[in-house]
Design a protein around this ligand. Sequence first.
Ligand code: SAH
Ligand code: SF4
Ligand code: F3S
Length: 458
Amino acid sequence: MPKKLFIKTYGCQMNVYDSARMTDTLAPIGYEPTDSPDGADMVILNTCHIREKAAEKVYSDIGRLKPFKEKKTAEGEQMILAVAGCVAQAEGAEIMRRAPAVDMVFGPQTYHRLPELVAKATREKAIGKSAVLDTDFPLESKFDLLPEESRSQGPAAFLTIQEGCDKFCTFCVVPYTRGAEFSRSVEEIENEARRMVALGTKEITLLGQNVNAFHGEKSGREIGLGDLIRYLSEIDGLERIRFTTSHPSDMADDLYEAFANEPKLMPYFHLPVQAGSDKILAAMNRTHTADEYRRIVDRLRAACEDLAMSGDFIVGFPGETDQDFAETLRLVTDINYAAAYSFKYSPRPGTPAASSELQVDEAVKSERLAMLQTLLNEQQLAFNLSKVGTRMSVLLEREGKRPGQLVGRSPFMQSVHLEAPSRLVGSIAEVEVIDAKANSIEAKVITGEWETSVVDAA
Ligand code: SAH
Ligand code: SF4
Ligand code: F3S
């Protein structure tokens, strides 16, 4: 009987990738994924430390899992409860103190040791010892030790190519939780991408905390992210490539060229800017000005006319005045985003900005966030509406909520709803956009191998 593994993933796409790889690591010792913690033999919470809310959620989830664990014990079995990811890395010892129900705590760089950790946790728990902790930054790389075998992530999949960050933005925990910047080898990435495509993946999103800082070597030459994208485009059956997340200070010529020349690279670029005031950007240690960011976007749009821009914003960073915030609104107006993520500044333990005496009042943060989001939502709706009546390709990712409905992604990352038979999940459809809302667009299929079947289904 296979043992049941339930993983809950918080935070960024890198955690989604890591959770998939944890599943692969545990498969050889008999664990199969399941979609409920009820009855599971192992539950892993793959956590995020980026903002206070995200980190606190973990403790309430541990509380919610306790009855499942007790039920398992009452049945004479064991549920191993593990906390992984960035909260584990940042506050491993505290988790063990605050939550005795937890059996295992391990960070983002040690999950290749999972089989050993499981054996150890099972042993130690049997003799009443406390939880097993592994938050090393090991000398060996997990990527060299993870199994090659993997389960398919589906039509659209994530592939981590770079990890860690040396930027030390003054608000951010990532350099502490993920460690120093590191790029995987080109060969390893190409092999993993080929295996994904063989398992049915059509779209790969290349991941890294600073993905455009990726650097590698191919045929004796130093290459960057844009070159890597060009090499990956040569893989037959891989139809679409995306990447996230980038830093404005790591823009290089090969990436602009990829947007100009590589049809498989989708016309969507998530380039966080955080703020529009140079004073705040400097205090954040972002290493570029607002005008430098504007020039990057101009050059990108010159390379790729139809590029959808997306960004991340923080409001209420220590010392942000009304004037500074107005600069953020001005930058947003200048760029005209197709999508964006915006947050209230959340002081994080151990980061320089957290100890600043210039903290902004919570009510002011809320007010600024509401204003910013109103503007960003207007831009997103306008972008979606601008596509009504146009044709585009959509990767059909899954079935929708309504019967006969499928959900996919446009080249511009928009969520697309359309009517088509469910066997078409995993294929790419040519569609015409017929309606748009703030968070999704509606389309009808116009061509493709399934054209007749769509007519049949109607
Ligand atoms: N590597 C990515 C960042 C990942 S964190 C990058 O450089 O863009 C994702 C986003 O969370 C950041 O872009 C930022 O907007 C937000 N964020 C990070 N730390 C934060 C904090 N302390 N408070 C509020 N938002 C934060
Ligand atoms: Fe955090 Fe800045 Fe690094 Fe992004 S670049 S992960 S925001 S420190
Ligand atoms: Fe969160 Fe860690 Fe990602 S802190 S955003 S899960 S790198």
